[in-house]
Design a binder for this molecule. Sequence first.
Ligand code: ZN
Ligand code: ZN
Length: 138
Amino acid sequence: MELSVILNTIRNKGGRITKVRRAILEAFFQSGCLVSQESLIEYLKKKKLSPNPSTIFRELQFLLENKIILKNTINKVHHYELNSGHKHYHFICSECQGITPLHLHNPLLNVMEGLEQQHQFKIQQHSIDFKGVCASCL
Ligand SMILES: [Zn+2]
Ligand SMILES: [Zn+2]
């Protein structure tokens, strides 16, 4: 999904594209993975934007409600990332809390399709995090 597609989706729903909203989406695109609220605020600062925390909270709620982003709480810290069809997983280090995106593609999706058929259950959402210790912390 491209930024322009997401902006159009928001416009079609009657939403406005504010500077902050656009910058938040840009931050997600630039990261391509999980972004904490803290790093989001840092990104906005670099763009000379300093919305108050409640604005950022409302923006994140808006994007979550419209399924544009997903929430992933890691070690009690909320992280967000784009809800792209291109699903990936994460290695999460328990020492430095570092997050590494992990692209698995087909194997896991094939397993899920098998499970759906076997159990007559339509999986709409799933989340898998691999927690452990990263190379620099070993
Ligand atoms: Zn990610
Ligand atoms: Zn680590």
